[in-house]
Design a protein around this ligand. Structure first.
Ligand SMILES: C[S@@+](CC[C@H](N)C(=O)[O-])C[C@H]1O[C@@H](n2cnc3c(N)ncnc32)[C@H](O)[C@@H]1O
Length: 288
């Protein structure tokens, strides 16, 4: 018996009309606007779902997307990859622990402030903001109220984040003493203790569409901008600049670079780890 033909979708094989049909469905049914994401990334992800569903033609997949909410959610989750790790890029967290966080605390005290806000934008299932919470706990700051805000565009991923439970694959960079002190293992999953879970506030926020950016002293936006066009990156980095005080810190992903037109707002403090400090340059461009 001959095997049924399975198309090896790549994404380049989608016509513009087919691509648009998917993006319109995500916009209409999930309020997820892909307008400023890089087309090639999105095409590759759609192709991944077409292969996983063993779709032999596009129109049957589109029909399924229209009828099957779960597939629409799975496609959205595939497009907005949620891969993360506790202490992803450990050198970056070392700099945060030894230099940036103590500096921000000092700056706050020097200006008579009693609170600090740390924001993980594009927090996926919570590994990044919880890593910050672990650092803060270890720093044992008692005189400042430190708020850790974690946002993502995906509601399912935020729901997962709030549970504070993780697979072993997310824990590779966690030192044994930290595992021992802050996690309980149940059925092969790592459960973060409640005291640390309670330190992080998870909210849905779309950095591309929502203009209400919170004020923050430290913004981690790692491995998120990479999916956006340069123009969109500039808009987002301008909004971050408006959210940060002078000397506030911004951390991007290791493979991300600062867009040219917004360099005036930031100076690079640790170039390899992509740690930037807000300059005194006022944001004059309209922040839309
Ligand atoms: C690869 S993960 C990065 C997670 C974490 N920052 C890290 O570096 O490990 C990218 C995250 O960005 C989120 N994301 C994508 N587009 C977004 C948007 N427009 N607004 C907010 N979050 C977005 C995705 O849902 C996903 O959880």
């Amino acid at each position: 018996m001959t095997e049924p033909f399975v198309q090896l979708w790549t994404g380049d094989d989608l016509s513009d009309a087919e691509f648009t049909a998917v993006t319109e469905l995500l916009r209409d049914r999930r309020q997820f606007d892909l307008g400023q994401y890089k087309d090639r990334c999105i095409r590759r992800r759609i192709a991944k779902r077409l292969r996983a569903c063993k779709a032999t033609d596009f129109s049957s997949y589109l029909k399924r997307l229209e009828m099957d909410r779960d597939e629409l959610d799975t496609l959205l989750a595939t497009i907005s990859i949620h891969v993360s790790q506790f202490f992803r890029n450990p050198d970056t967290f070392q700099i945060l622990e030894q230099k940036i966080l103590p500096d921000l605390c000092r700056q706050a005290r020097a200006t008579g402030r009693t609170e600090l806000t740390l924001w993980s934008a594009g927090c996926a299932s919570g590994e990044e903001p919880y890593s910050l919470a672990l650092l803060i706990d270890e720093l044992a700051v008692t005189d400042l109220d430190i708020r850790i805000l974690a946002t993502d565009v995906s509601e399912p991923v935020l729901k997962l984040a709030r549970t504070g439970q993780f697979d072993a694959t997310r824990m590779n960079e966690v030192p044994a003493v930290v595992l021992e002190k802050y996690f309980r293992i149940e059925n092969g999953r790592y459960h973060l203790i409640e005291r640390i879970r309670d330190k992080v506030e998870f909210l849905r926020h779309n950095i591309m569409r929502d203009s209400d950016y919170p004020a923050a002293d430290l913004i981690l936006c790692r491995n998120v901008l990479i999916y956006f066009t340069r123009q969109e990156q500039e808009r987002i980095l301008t909004r971050f600049a408006a959210s940060l005080p002078e000397d506030g810190a911004l951390v991007l992903g290791r493979s991300e670079t600062m867009a040219d037109n917004v360099r005036c707002y930031y100076h690079s403090e640790f170039p390899v780890e992509r740690v930037y400090r807000r300059t005194a340059e006022p944001v004059t461009a309209p922040v839309v």
